[in-house]
Each structure stands twice: as structure tokens, then as C-alpha cells.
Design a protein around this ligand. Structure first.
Ligand SMILES: Nc1ncnc2c1ncn2[C@@H]1O[C@H](COP(=O)(O)OP(=O)(O)O)[C@@H](O)[C@H]1O
Ligand SMILES: [Mg+2]
Length: 292
């Protein structure tokens, strides 16, 4: 099924929509005609021009697009760290205001954000401690999370004693400990080798299967996007808009290892790559022009 996403007021090519339309009630995140211009001392950087998309409750959506097209900027606006220049964002029906983090929202960055001077246990429990949860309850919760992520026995070690993949797993648990309804992930596995990455994919899907959060993940890895997501949203080169909203209708539960061998996986990847690859090429042409 391919239909136009929305009326196109920009004169740009219309986004193609192959996803599931959300009703107002089922929408957890609503991004409408979003724009962001950064003002630096010397110039204006027009990062996002016109981004519109919605994410349903419990859905796993990935955002992909050329480098610099405003993926992190969009996540930062959803999290309220940045104000949009134009357009609006609603989370759970409420308008997002700059500096007011939407209720139930958790954020995971590419670089693991664990604190080196705390043990794994203290890192994971930190958010709960800030919220005033009694120590005994924190201990119970942390222990069950450690088990869930296969980290039992690692509670009392320090982050520098862990591998990069394990540290990122701890960062994931730090965020999940506070039971966010919505999780924003900004290239969370970008710095990891393929083996560690796919192991973490399996864990993320297992945790998501049990906890059912709404997830928006930025990634530059198309295979990662296809194997994990319900939908993949492709952004154009900057200033960006949505050029493809594609539903990955591969059944769940998914095996992150064997899914990559399937025909369905190849088909979805091709459909997205056809659009994304063209955009990469275009962005490259822009940088060549700038470099002249
Ligand atoms: N604080 C800032 N000030 C000025 N320009 C910025 C700032 N943050 C990001 N940009 C620019 O905005 C564009 C989009 O950035 P970003 O959202 O990080 O892209 P992506 O995550 O897709 O790679 C880039 O051109 C980047 O250089
Ligand atoms: Mg980024």
C-alpha cells in the first residue's frame, strides 16, 4: 500500500506512506510541520524544514537519513531540550514546551552515559534514588533488571571493568529502570561492533516485548532499523522533511540473527535503500558543491 502522506505545501516531493495510520487516541508522539533553524554568530543553519509524523503507543519507529539532516535535533525537540522554530510536537496529547521533559520519557545517547565512579548497581538505581524510592525497593528492582539483561553478577563492578557493549547495556537499564513509557534512542549502538550490536538488538527487543514502551530510535544502520522497527521513517538531506514512512510488516517475535537472511528483510531494505541511497548521493553532491 503506497499513498501520499500529507498534502504537500512545500513543493517538495511527497512522502510515501506505507505505514499504519494512527488515530488521535493511539498516538503517543505527534510531530507536526516541525522546523528548526539554528542561529550561530555567523550564519543560519536550517536543519529541519518540515517534518511530520506520528508514533503510536507501543510502536518501535526508526528515523534514518543523511548525516546532518536533523535526526538528533528532532529527538532533542521531542525531549524538550530544544524549541522548534516552527511546528509543534505533542507527547501523549500534550504540547511539548522547551525545558519541560514530557512525562514518562527516557533518553539514551550514542555514547554510554554511565557514571564511572558508581558501581553498575548504583548507576542503574540512580534515577530511582533521585525519585526517592526506598533503598530496599531500588535493590529489588535493580536486581531484577540485572537478571533481565543477563548482567547478574556484575552489580558490584565499576563501568571501566566492563566492555563497551556491557556499558551500553547498563546505560539502557539506567533508562529503563525508571519505567519510561517512551524511549528515545540516538544511535545507541553506533559505536559497537556488529556482534555486540546484534546481541544488544536481541536484548532491546526482549525488553521492549516485556515492557512495551513507545520507541523512537535514530540510527545510520539500515539493517538495524529494518530488523528492529515497526516503521522506518526516512528524512531527506537538510533542511529535512519526511520522504518515506515505511511499515516493516515482518511478524514478531523476531530473531535478530536469522531475520537478516529472509527475503522479507531484503525486500524491506531495498525499498528503503532506494529512497535513502538517493538521498545519500544527493547530500554528497551538496558537500562537493560546498567544497568547490
Ligand atoms: N547547536 C547547534 N548550533 C548550530 N548548528 C547545529 C547545532 N546542532 C546541530 N547543528 C547543525 O544542524 C544540522 C543537523 O544536526 P543534527 O541534528 O545533529 O543531525 P543528524 O543527527 O541528522 O546528523 C547539522 O548541520 C548540524 O551541524
Ligand atoms: Mg545525530
Amino acid at each position: 500500500m503506497i499513498t501520499a502522506l500529507a498534502e504537500d505545501r512545500t513543493g517538495l516531493p511527497e512522502a510515501k506512506f506505507t505505514g499504519t495510520r494512527s488515530t488521535a487516541e493511539s498516538r503517543m508522539i505527534d510531530v507536526a510541520r516541525l522546523a528548526k533553524v539554528y542561529l550561530t554568530r555567523t550564519k543560519k543553519v536550517w536543519a529541519v524544514r518540515d517534518a511530520t509524523f506520528a508514533v503510536r503507543r507501543g510502536e518501535f519507529v526508526s528515523l534514518v537519513g543523511p548525516s546532518g539532516c536533523g535526526k538528533s535535533t528532532i529527538l532533542n525537540m521531542i525531549a524538550s531540550f530544544l524549541a522548534p522554530t516552527d511546528g509543534e510536537i505533542r507527547v501523549n496529547g500534550k504540547l511539548v514546551k522547551e525545558g519541560v521533559i514530557p512525562e514518562g520519557l527516557g533518553y539514551i545517547f550514542q555514547k554510554d552515559t554511565v557514571l564511572p565512579w558508581y558501581t553498575v548497581r548504583s548507576n542503574i538505581g540512580l534515577g530511582l534514588w533521585y525519585r526517592g524510592m526506598p533503598t530496599r525497593k531500588i535493590d529489588e528492582k535493580v536486581e531484577s533488571l540485572l537478571q533481565l539483561a543477563g548482567l547478574q553478577g556484575y552489580g558490584d563492578v565499576f563501568p571501566h571493568q566492563l566492555s563497551g557493549g556491557m556499558r551500553q547495556r547498563v546505560a539502557l537499564l539506567m533508562t529503563l529502570a525508571c519505567e519510561p513509557q517512551i524511549v528515545l534512542l540516538d544511535e545507541p549502538f553506533g559505536a559497537l561492533d556488529t556482534h555486540t550490536k546484534v546481541l544488544l538488538h536481541r536484548e532491546l527487543l526482549e525488553l521492549w516485548g516485556k515492557l512495551g514502551q513507545t520507541i523512537v530510535m535514530v540510527t545510520h544502520d539500515l539493517d538495524e532499523a529494518v530488523s528492529l522497527s515497526d516503521r522506518v521513517i526516512v528524512l531527506s538531506s537538510p533542511p529535512s522533511h519526511v520522504i518515506l514512512d515505511h511499515r516493516v510488516d515482518i511478524s514478531r517475535p523476531r530473531d535478530v540473527f536469522t531475520i537478516r537472511e529472509t527475503e522479507a528483510f531484503a525486500e524491506h531494505s531495498q525499498i528503503i535503500w532506494r529512497v535513502l541511497g538517493r538521498e545519500f548521493k544527493h547530500t554528497d553532491m551538496i558537500s562537493e558543491i560546498v567544497a568547490q
